[in-house]
Write a protein that binds this ligand. Structure first.
Ligand SMILES: Cc1ncc(COP(=O)(O)O)c(C=O)c1O
Length: 407
């Protein structure tokens, strides 16, 4: 009898797949530049006032369980935050989770049965697929369009929705999930694209989910639009949290917002809240720290602005250096802190992106992630969080590597 469940095999994350090689190299005394995981506090320290709020919550012995669907202080702060996106949220419209990661679990466990599907756009944030598959679902893939700055191929999406409806398959499609700003491409979706995707979700009756975890890390003049602003009367879910905007990945606080009051939205809220009740509580001191940070608009704005300026400088510097490499082409990111270059594998005589990333790590000691891990083979993802000197060294090594392998 096999000890493991069938679903256990789906719990994989391409991000960490080369850690063992990197650690082995480090044990041999090599300096490995790790550009695989997007963990901002490692490069931009979490703001002092947030640390103080967390410590204060501990000192005040706020160490009991939190309310299962989230502390009222945090729900209030989230409701205020979304007023700027034109939403009027009640406490029952918000469920607090242990990061967006847990919200993804709630989403899939609440909506997906074996044989169901969800529309995901390639390249996707890698864990979307395992979360879906673990619940027995299968992805229906659509694409962000690289030629259009990784915006959405709307014509193609509409064609697929129409076909699925005609063939009776649309009933099984439980949600459509977009990421804005995007990981791994750094694209901030155009306002018109958000509007059209909302219209499609409405016309075809598919729940729209938007992962907006990078919504304040936007630069180069780009403008972010939350689906909340445009999806009035259309069932939707917004995912967000402390990890990126508040520069506090390790606090493990996130949330799902379900603003509408139609039958489907009310059912989703109740299911999320029921799932929250069986895992009892998210971290209480961390929720109180996030609530205080959200309420402290002045200090938060200063901190996130400073971090975003720093990130923009690093991303744009990395772009400049990558442009010197004729074997890579990269769409300019205007949000988050990732770069997603396309690799000329043919010129480099390499079969696939996994070969490229493995050889790069072994030969040049730079760890990046294969694009196929995000559903887009022939690319790799690197973070642009480290200081300029490290980015410069890493990209010099990448460029040297490409030159050496190219015909
Ligand atoms: C698009 C996206 N969603 C969700 C997450 C995970 O967020 P959390 O730390 O809140 O679990 C990440 C982390 O990198 C991400 O990039």
């Amino acid at each position: 009898m096999a000890i493991l469940s069938e679903r256990a095999k789906h719990a994989v994350n391409a991000l960490h797949e080369e850690n063992a090689i990197a650690e082995q190299l480090e044990r041999k005394g090599k300096k490995v530049i790790r550009l695989n995981q997007g963990d901002p506090p490692l490069y931009f320290p979490t703001p002092e006032y947030m640390i103080e709020e967390h410590v204060r919550a501990l000192r005040e012995r706020k160490t009991s369980y939190a309310q299962f669907s989230g502390e009222p202080e945090l729900k209030e702060a989230i409701a205020k935050r979304y007023r700027k996106h034109g939403l009027r949220l009640g406490h029952e419209d918000v469920v607090v989770t242990a990061g967006v990661s847990e919200a993804l679990q709630f989403l899939n466990q609440s909506l997906i049965d074996r044989g169901d599907g969800a529309i995901l756009f390639r390249p996707y944030y890698a864990p979307y697929v395992p979360h879906l598959r673990i619940s027995g679902g299968a992805p229906v893939f659509e694409n962000y369009d690289e030629k259009d700055g990784w915006n959405i191929e709307l014509g193609h999406v509409e064609g697929s929705l129409r076909r699925m409806r005609k063939e009776g398959r649309l009933r099984k499609v439980k949600y459509m999930l977009i990421t804005n700003p995007n990981n791994p491409t750094g694209t901030v979706l155009r306002h018109s694209v958000i509007k059209e995707i909302v219209d499609l979700a409405s016309e075809y009756g598919v729940l729209l989910v938007s992962d907006e975890i990078y919504d304040e890390i936007v630069y180069n003049g780009a403008a972010f639009t939350s689906i909340g602003r445009l999806a009035r009367g259309v069932p939707h879910v917004i995912l967000n949290g402390a990890s990126k905007n508040f520069d506090a990945t390790g606090l493990r606080v996130g949330y799902a917002v379900v603003p509408e009051h139609d039958k489907a939205s009310e059912a989703v809220k109740l299911a999320f809240s029921n799932f929250a009740s069986i895992r009892i509580s998210a971290n209480r001191p961390a929720q109180l720290a996030l609530a205080a940070a959200m309420e402290n608009g002045a200090q938060h704005n200063e901190a996130v602005t400073r971090m975003t300026i720093g990130i923009a400088q690093r991303v744009n510097y990395a772009m400049k250096l990558l442009k010197e490499n004729p074997h890579l082409s990269t769409v300019q990111p205007n949000g988050a802190f990732y770069l997603f270059p396309r690799i000329d594998l043919k010129a480099m005589r390499m079969g696939d992106d996994a070969t490229f990333t493995r050889k790069l790590l072994l030969e040049e000691h730079v760890q990046v992630v294969r694009g196929s891990g995000f559903g887009s083979p022939g690319h790799f993802r690197m973070i642009a969080l480290p200081p300029k000197e490290d980015l410069e060294l890493a990209i010099k090594r990448i460029n040297r590597f490409c030159k050496r392998h190219a015909r």
